[in-house]
Structures are given as structure tokens and as C-alpha cells.
Design a binder for this molecule. Structure first.
Ligand SMILES: O=C(O)CCC(=O)C(=O)O
Ligand SMILES: [Fe+2]
Length: 439
């Protein structure tokens, strides 16, 4: 079964989703990609590429990398699986237990860590869901630090009773900072194992948000893939923050007796027409087999991942994409060049006004006054500061900013991809990856 609607449907009330925002940055609406819209199971997931702008993503990454009270989680053989940290806010003091780990609240988080988390929470939720008052923002966040590609999280659901996600709608909002990693979601079978054919693969990059809402934690599991140790260093560190709403507070927590309103009661109606069943499966109806990709031999899970047959070879999504993307890349480059030329001309034109010439010169404090030597991102940011982005470029501006942000991130990622796609002799793992308890 790929991901068909189920006959034993869940409650069909229109979902009230944090993801219905609508997310808005600088007055411009940012529409997510629908990754999962399954009304029959009440499962919803959305992806915003680059919701955080690269400069703030970078600053928050640095602040958290050095300032969060990380605890290393170790596997049975003593290897570091990842580092974690649990943050509570708004009066909640609950610990978080999952698998065989209990993540205690840091007794006295440093002022600077608290400040960073509060600032980040405010930035993310005022952008993502501007209609939701701060009093309804999530009261907790789980943070993960992955030092390289070997560190990951095994298949699991965040279905602990703390969040009530087995019986009622439960929203989780996840922010990625730093290196790109692959995030997989799948329907789970009766033994909590992922159903391989239903695996949905998403690349998460710096500044991206992915949400899981409704009954995702009841029906699905998710996973952050691991890269083989031979190429671990090609995967830059990544931080992930998943905000959650603790509903069932523990004994001893001041919020235990407070009847918090259900998030669904305070959220505005979705405004989104209930749509057809929509699952982002990359292979578009083509037959898949679970096997080791013949190109990259990525270890995926249980020795493989979904692959399609391409010219007699079985390739994973990433390798099939790079086999087909030559032409696409050229047209993206061409579009970027045309945009750059247009922006240069605009800046030159504006410099004929004395006040704007001065503004441009002070913007170019490092001495690069020739607009042609600036990147489109820099030209755009100056045009924005002087309120001179032409109307017809507004939409393009947002798109270009996202693309440029992506391209900047891709610089890093290209290094990884080159290495990751180098055929190697590191065979897929034959053993099962991580168990749920060992996540
Ligand atoms: O790092 C990620 O993207 C996933 C983290 C996660 O699933 C969790 O913290 O429960
Ligand atoms: Fe999770």
C-alpha cells in the first residue's frame, strides 16, 4: 500500500491547523507545500522552504550551538546518537520521556539560552501563524543537535501522553537550522513499523519549517536518515527544534490543574478548502522497490530505500533527480542571471537621485560600489530598504529570495552531494537501523 485513504475514517470535522497561518513575512504571504493531506486519517503535514531568512537562521544556529545545554544521547556501543535538550515555557515544568530516555528540564537554563528560545519562538510563530495570540504559542520545545551525518533519530512517533496525540489533534512545528538532512514520514503498521511503500521523503534545509498536525502521531512514524560513516563529515551540523503543546501536565507542574483551551478551539478556521487526498510521493505513480540505490548505496533503513528503475538501474530519489536535473539547473541559472541584470540596472537608475546615491554608498561600506559586483540577494535587500522594489517584482522577489537562500545553502550541500553521490563501496546496512526504543 502506498498511501491510500483508509476506509475506517477518522472524525471528519474541518481541521483547525497551525499551518493554516497564513504565514506572512514582511507583509507577503508564504505558502507552504502540502506534503500530506489525508482527511481519512486526519493527518496533515506542510513544508515551508526558507521560512527563516538566512541571516537569522545563521544567528540562531550559532547561538543554540554554543548556548543550549546539550546532553549527549549515547547508543548501546557508547556512540553519540545526537545531543538533545528540552525547553519549557509559559509556566510548564514537565520533563519529557521517550523511548528509554528521560529528558529533564534544565533546572536553570542560562538567561541567554532562554532569551534565544523566546526570541526564536516569537519569530517563528508570529510569522507562521500571525493570528494565534502569544498566549497560545507552544509551551515546550525539543531540541536536537546532529554533529554530522552519522547522528540521527530512528523511526518513532511523538505520541507520548504529554501531548495527547494518540486521541486528539496534536500539532508539532519543526524548524531546521544548519546542514540539509533527509526527513522521512510513513504510515505505521500494527507493530509501529513504517510501511515502506508509504515513505514520504522531504529534504530539510537551513531555515525550513515542517509541520505535522492532526492525528499524524497516531497513524504515522518519522525518521531522520543516517549517512554512512565514510562520508559523515560531508554533512554539516544541524539543529532541529520541534515545538509542541503539552496538554497533560505532570504531577508537580504548575499548569497541571489549569484547563488550557484546546489549540483547535482558539485557532482560526483553516480558510483552506478541504482538498483531495494529497501525498507527496516523489516517484509519481512509478513502481518502487526497497533496495540499495545502485548509485549512492545510501543505507536508508533496513538496507535500502524506495528506488525506481531508470535505464536499467535502480536509483533513489536523490540519484534519480540528479540524473535528470541538468537541464533544469541551466534554466534556473539563466533566470538568476536575467534577474541580476535587471536589478543592477534598477540600482544604477536610482543612483541618479542624490539621496539614494548616498544611501547606496553607505550600504556599500566595504567599498563595492559597482552594483554589478553585488549578488542579486544584496541588490534586492538594498531595494527593499529604500522601498523601491517594483510591484511586478514583488512576487519574483519572494521567489528569488527563497531560491537564492536555497542556492547559498546549496553551496554547502553541493559539497555533500558530490561526495554523497560518489559511487562507493560502502554497502547498505543489512541490519535494522534503530529501533523505536533506541531512537
Ligand atoms: O531532527 C528532526 O528533524 C526530527 C526530530 C524529531 O523527530 C523529534 O525531536 O522528535
Ligand atoms: Fe519526532
Amino acid at each position: 500500500m502506498a498511501w491510500e485513504p483508509c476506509s475506517d475514517a477518522e472524525d471528519a470535522d474541518t481541521p483547525k491547523l497551525v499551518s493554516a497561518g497564513p504565514a506572512t513575512r514582511d507583509g507577503v504571504q508564504l505558502d507552504p507545500e502540502v506534503v500530506i493531506w489525508d482527511e481519512s486519517r486526519r493527518c496533515f503535514a506542510f513544508h515551508w522552504a526558507g521560512l527563516l531568512e538566512p541571516q537569522s537562521a545563521k544567528r540562531f544556529f550559532q547561538d543554540l550551538q554554543t548556548g543550549a545545554p546539550w546532553d549527549q544521547l549515547k547508543g548501546k556501543k557508547g556512540q553519540v546518537m545526537r545531543s538533545t535538550c528540552w525547553y519549557v515555557r509559559g509556566g510548564c515544568s514537565c520533563d519529557y520521556t521517550y523511548g528509554d530516555a528521560r529528558v529533564s528540564v534544565t533546572q536553570k537554563p542560562s538567561c541567554s539560552f532562554r532569551r534565544t528560545m523566546e526570541e526564536l519562538t516569537a519569530l517563528v510563530f508570529s510569522t507562521l501563524t500571525p493570528k494565534l495570540g502569544p498566549e497560545h504559542w507552544p509551551n515546550s520545545a525539543n531540541l536536537n543537535y546532529y554533529a554530522d551525518g552519522t547522528q540521527s533519530v530512528g523511526w518513532h512517533s511523538d505520541d507520548e501522553s504529554l501531548f495527547g496525540g494518540k486521541g486528539q489533534d496534536c500539532s508539532i512545528v519543526s524548524l531546521s537550522l544548519g546542514g540539509r538532512r533527509e526527513f522521512w514520514m510513513a504510515l505505521k503498521d500494527s507493530s509501529m513499523e513504517p510501511i515502506q511503500e508509504s515513505v514520504v521523503e522531504v529534504d530539510l534545509r537551513d531555515g525550513d519549517i515542517i509541520s505535522m498536525e492532526g492525528l499524524m502521531q497516531k497513524h504515522t512514524v518519522h525518521f531522520l536518515t543516517r549517512e554512512p560513516p565514510q562520508r559523515a563529515e560531508f554533512w554539516p551540523p544541524r539543529i532541529n527544534i520541534t515545538w509542541r503543546w503539552v496538554l497533560n501536565h505532570r504531577r508537580g507542574c504548575a499548569l497541571r490543574c489549569e484547563a488550557a483551551p484546546l489549540l483547535s478551539e482558539v485557532l482560526p478556521a483553516t480558510g483552506r478548502e478541504p482538498s483531495k487526498h494529497q501525498i507527496k510521493l516523489w516517484r509519481e505513480g512509478r513502481a518502487v522497490e526497497w533496495r540499495s540505490c545502485m548509485e549512492c548505496r545510501h543505507n536508508g533503513w533496513q538496507g535500502g530505500r524506495n528506488c525506481i528503475e531508470e535505464g536499467g538501474r535502480w536509483l533513489c530519489r536523490r540519484c534519480a533527480d540528479s540524473a535528470q536535473s541538468g537541464e533544469e539547473e541551466r534554466s534556473t541559472e539563466r533566470a538568476a542571471r536575467l534577474l541580476q541584470r535587471r536589478l543592477v540596472e534598477k540600482v544604477k537608475l536610482l543612483q541618479r537621485r542624490r539621496s539614494l546615491k548616498k544611501a547606496w554608498e553607505s550600504f556599500c561600506e566595504a567599498g563595492l560600489r559597482d552594483p554589478a559586483r553585488h549578488t542579486p540577494a544584496s541588490l534586492l535587500s538594498w531595494l527593499e530598504t529604500v522601498g523601491e522594489v517594483p510591484d511586478d517584482l514583488q512576487v519574483l522577489l519572494q521567489k528569488a529570495k527563497a531560491q537564492l537562500a536555497d542556492a547559498t545553502r546549496e553551496d554547502n550541500v553541493k559539497v555533500c552531494a558530490t561526495a554523497a553521490h560518489r559511487p562507493g563501496d560502502f554497502g547498505g546496512e543489512k541490519k535494522r537501523g534503530q529501533s523505536l526504543a533506541g531512537r
